[in-house]
Design a protein around this ligand. Structure first.
Ligand code: T4K
Length: 402
């Protein structure tokens, strides 16, 4: 084995990083401001139930996105469930198979059938032409995901929804700070749902927001987020507890104040990846349209193993040995996760691009916890592994359980 190959941790070298590099390492924001707000919250003894920080965060989101209503929720999954119910979706709803499992679970949880449609391989988002093929008399809506923050084909989906009498909503969990043309994500369809989970570039520990320009829908969503209460002892609607806490809202507000910095860090990191991965045959970093706003939250590489000497899983093993916890989002596709795999065992037949792309994707670390030097080392390790593919393959084969 060459001395070069021996530098890889998988082949006996020292791991590149002593402390693990994670995808989704939280951004913390201005600590002084955060702790001031935390003290304010404690002094006020107002911890939840539509407190002042939640209200301030909601107004700040509305202003940032240019939407009429933002309703903060405890997480995006509950936000999706509430928005779906408030908009009265039922029967069948068309969703992408290539998304986080929460998009489908939010439907199935309330006995609405998710019907999986294929992606456009160029964008990883729902392919409108394929959506149309899944419409049946039971279909009531289309629920798209802006995967990696890149906006869905909003206009074609709107056109289909209008022509076929369907509702349209978006899972915008990845897309805070992103736009489609001049319009910010947040104002499309009947409603959109953002995630402010710790792993999102803008986080509120756990949290999310439902945004809509529909006043009546916003009113129902507010009621449903707080058990249906319209005032003391006055319940006028079915509801749940989807409320955001004050601690989450103050974290979210502080993150939002630093959003320009967070985006510029992500953009710079993305640039370093682009530079350092350039020219490797078979590896392609997904691109972001410079003509629209992006948050560059996800650094996503597609590995075409008909060209590369190692496949996606082998490269992920190499990176994990170096303490780089690269991820395989959203493999193997929601249609291959339970309960959907058992309910729809043949769904994959109509999802050729999801089936082809999902096994190729690697998501790499970015955010304020990673610097340019780290990224150059991660990319150097990928190159080194590809140059020493035979040894890597042999090692992985010898450690695989029989
Ligand atoms: N729709 C879409 C399209 C979504 O992507 C998501 C969530 C949702 C809906 C639902 O949103 P929420 O209900 O969560 O608001 C993570 C996140 O938990 C999930 O929010 C996110 N998408 C998904 C893409 O990623 P896991 O299962 O990968 O999480 P986990 O625990 O493996 O953490 C990811 C990495 O982050 C790890 O390497 C550790 C690191 N980490 C994590 C946390 C929580 C930290 O370094 N610090 C932390 O505090 O799902």
């Amino acid at each position: 084995m060459s001395a070069d190959a021996r530098r890889l941790a998988l082949l006996g070298g020292e791991p590149l990083f002593a402390a693990t590099l994670h995808v989704g390492r939280p951004n913390i924001g201005d600590r002084t401001r955060l702790l001031q707000r935390f003290n304010d919250m404690l002094d006020r003894r107002w911890l939840s139930n539509n407190g002042p920080f939640v209200q301030e965060f909601e107004r700040a989101i509305e202003k940032y996105l240019g939407v009429r209503h933002a309703i903060c929720v405890c997480n995006a999954t509950i936000g999706l469930e509430i928005a779906i119910r408030a908009a009265d979706l039922k029967g069948e709803v068309i969703v992408p198979a290539y998304t986080f499992v929460a998009t489908a679970h939010a439907l199935q949880w309330q006995e609405i059938t998710p019907v999986f449609a294929d992606m456009d391989p160029a964008t990883h988002n729902l392919d409108p032409a394929r959506v149309e093929r899944h419409i049946t008399p039971r279909t009531t809506a289309i629920l798209g995901t802006h995967v990696w923050g890149r906006p869905c084909a909003v206009e074609p989906l709107q056109e289909i929804a209008k022509r076929r009498g369907l509702k349209l909503m978006f899972d915008a969990a990845h897309a805070f700070g992103c736009s489609d043309g001049a319009r910010m994500v947040g104002g499309f369809g009947l409603a959109e749902v953002f995630s402010f989970h710790a792993t999102k570039f803008l986080n509120s520990f756990e949290g999310g927001a439902i945004t809509t320009n529909d006043d009546a829908l916003a009113h129902r969503i507010r009621l449903m987020t707080n058990f249906g209460f319209a005032g003391f002892d006055n319940v006028i609607h079915i509801g749940t507890n989807g409320k955001m806490t004050e601690a989450s809202a103050l974290m979210g507000l502080t993150s939002l104040e630093g959003i320009d910095h967070l985006i510029s860090v992500n953009r710079a990191n993305y640039g370093v990846y682009r530079e350092n991965l350039a020219g490797i045959p078979g590896l392609s970093l997904i691109s972001y349209d410079p003509a629209v706003l992006n948050n560059y939250q996800y650094v996503v590489v597609e590995v075409d193993d008909s060209v590369t000497p190692l496949n996606r899983d082998e490269l992920v093993s190499v990176l994990h040995a170096e303490n780089v916890l690269a991820r395989k989002y959203f493999w193997p596709g929601v249609h291959r996760m339970e309960p959907y795999r058992s309910l729809f065992p043949h769904a994959g037949l109509l999802l050729p691009d999801t089936q082809r792309i999902a096994p190729r994707v690697i998501v790499l670390p970015t955010g304020t916890g990673v610097n340019g030097e780290d990224i150059a080392r991660v990319c150097g390790c990928i190159r080194l592994a590809l140059e020493n593919a035979t040894e890597v393959r042999q090692k992985l084969a010898s450690t695989r359980p029989a």
